[in-house]
Design a protein around this ligand. Structure first.
Ligand code: PGA
Length: 244
């Protein structure tokens, strides 16, 4: 039985409209009545269009809302199509995911990510900093080298309790695959030793079945969940099973 404070961060990616918020009351109700709720930290990161309506829906709950990315600038500017961390904070976000591999694959590098993290922290957001290796990097046994670089540059000159690290192997995201448990535990330890103070979450194909294995890894501080978090029933099931 787990009696540990755990994060469950829902990454909705580019999914969801106003009608998707209708099922949130199930999660709110579940959490209210859940015996272990004091150990559960739940954060939803919907698309930016849903941040405001979601904070309204969740206002009487302990569930918080975050964004999935932000622009690196901390002032307004001529950046068509972007929003910065201050603007996210202004509409009710308390968290922001930075460095997700889907954005790294679109050209975001470690230096830019470092810049984004600094400004997001300045704006008062908590940062969920994503790191992870690709399949070819894993095959070449370069996982730790890659994570080391992502952490060293991504967190350069940052010592802040408001950073949470999410280890998400790129090959595990949306693929149904997860790392071998011993390997995962070893990598989480590696990240914790490197960074000393940060919480470390796992993300990549977390679902209602594999959570029963994943929860047995003692050094994990929670999960970043994509696909399965969009379905309230599945999300609740994952949380429940973590505490069986
Ligand atoms: P997944 O996504 O759970 O659908 O694999 C996780 C993520 O990309 O954060």
């Amino acid at each position: 039985m787990t009696n540990k404070y755990m994060y469950f961060i829902a990454n909705w990616k580019m999914f969801g409209g106003l009608n998707t918020l209708n099922s949130l009351h199930k999660v709110v109700k579940f959490l209210k009545n859940f015996k272990k709720n004091r150990f559960v930290k739940l954060v939803y990161c919907p698309p930016n269009t849903l941040i405001r309506p979601m904070t309204k829906k969740l206002k009487d709950s302990r569930i918080e809302v975050g964004a999935q990315n932000c622009h690196e600038s901390d002032t307004y500017g001529a950046f068509t199509g972007f929003v910065n961390s201050k603007m996210l904070k202004n509409v009710g976000a308390n968290y922001v995911i930075i460095g997700h591999s889907e954005n790294r694959l679109n050209g975001e590098n470690d230096k830019l990510i470092n810049h984004k993290i600094k400004n997001a922290l300045k704006s008062g957001l908590k940062v969920i900093f994503c790191i992870g290796e690709t399949l070819s990097q894993k095959r070449k046994k370069n996982t730790k080298k890659i994570l080391n670089r992502q952490i060293k540059i991504g967190l350069k000159n940052i010592r802040n309790n408001n950073v949470i690290i999410a280890y998400e192997p790129v090959w595990a995201i949306g693929s149904g695959l997860i790392p071998k448990l011993e390997e995962l535990s070893d990598i989480i330890n590696y990240i914790k030793n490197l960074t000393k103070k940060y919480k470390v979450l796992y993300g990549g194909s977390v679902n209602t079945k594999n959570i029963l294995e994943l929860r047995s890894i003692n050094n994990i501080d929670g999960f970043l969940i994509g696909g399965a978090s969009q379905d309230s029933k599945k999300f609740i099931d994952i949380i429940k099973k973590t505490y069986i």
